[in-house]
Design a protein around this ligand. Structure first.
Ligand SMILES: Nc1ncnc2c1ncn2[C@@H]1O[C@H](COP(=O)(O)OP(=O)(O)O)[C@@H](O)[C@H]1O
Ligand SMILES: [Mg+2]
Length: 232
């Protein structure tokens, strides 16, 4: 459903991505894992046509309208309430207004429809950003660090929402620097370090390859073993 072949990207003198190649299957949760600055957001920006690669090719199996995107900056209007924010986007997309309330229900914000964005907790804002990303029922969803800065309980709620979307047919591409999250949530992952993919596959298989399964699979140990880099 999503493919990148030998992608190269340079900002000035700095090579940010070198020879990035991976594939994402239909209806899976795929995690791109790497420390801060490793190139995760740059890859999402290239896949969503916000940035052009210097070399290589990419493929997405759906039209741009059939993709949804949730970035770090949530881009919500702080003084408008949840429902008003989503109504803006139903107008822009030219889709039925009812989708706004439906999306809020899907992310568990049905009791906060009249709350202004600037009065929401971080977790609620994140859920609203997710509601906006799924408003037009995309088949492919790109989520850039969807749980960063959230407490473990709220992160688990977001995980369940992501699983529900996958179970309803969506293909999910997400980034994270949290290896535990990846083991619990992702069907397949690619480990990124300094713009290079150093491992990919199912989390448990990767851990087995590197003998990092004692009681629980430990992707973080694998990453440090391969790269010598601590995750942060
Ligand atoms: N527009 C840009 N101009 C120059 N350098 C950039 C730009 N965007 C990202 N970078 C650099 O590219 C590297 C990878 O950034 P990014 O993809 O945001 O990493 P991540 O999302 O993994 O934290 C960083 O060193 C960052 O400073
Ligand atoms: Mg980033």
């Amino acid at each position: 459903m999503i493919k990148m072949n030998n992608i190269m990207k340079q900002f000035g003198e700095q090579i940010v991505l070198s020879d990035v190649t991976f594939a994402v299957n239909k209806q899976e949760i795929f995690g791109l894992l790497g420390p801060s600055g490793s190139g995760k957001t740059t890859i999402i920006n290239i896949l969503t046509n916000q940035l052009e690669a210097d070399n290589g090719s990419k493929f997405i199996g759906v039209t741009p309208f059939e993709t949804g995107l949730m970035l770090d900056e949530d881009g919500l209007y702080p003084r408008l309430n949840c429902l008003e924010n989503l109504h803006l986007f139903t107008s822009i997309y030219g889709i039925p207004r009812e989708r706004a309330l439906e999306a809020l229900k899907k992310v568990g914000l049905e009791d906060a429809t009249k709350k202004a964005v600037n009065a929401l907790s971080k977790g609620m804002r994140q859920r609203l950003a997710l509601a906006r990303a799924i408003l037009h029922e995309p088949k492919v969803l790109f989520l850039d660090e969807p749980t960063s800065g959230l407490d473990p309980g709220t992160a688990r709620e977001i995980h369940q929402l992501i699983r529900n979307l996958r179970d309803n047919g969506a293909t999910i591409f997400l980034t994270t620097h949290n290896m535990d999250e990846a083991v619990k949530l992702c069907d397949n992952v690619a480990l990124l370090n300094k713009g290079r993919i150093v491992e990919h596959g199912a989390p448990v298989e990767i851990c087995q390859r590197h003998h990092a399964i004692k009681t629980v699979p430990d992707l973080e140990a694998v990453f440090i073993k391969i790269t010598g880099v601590e995750l942060k």
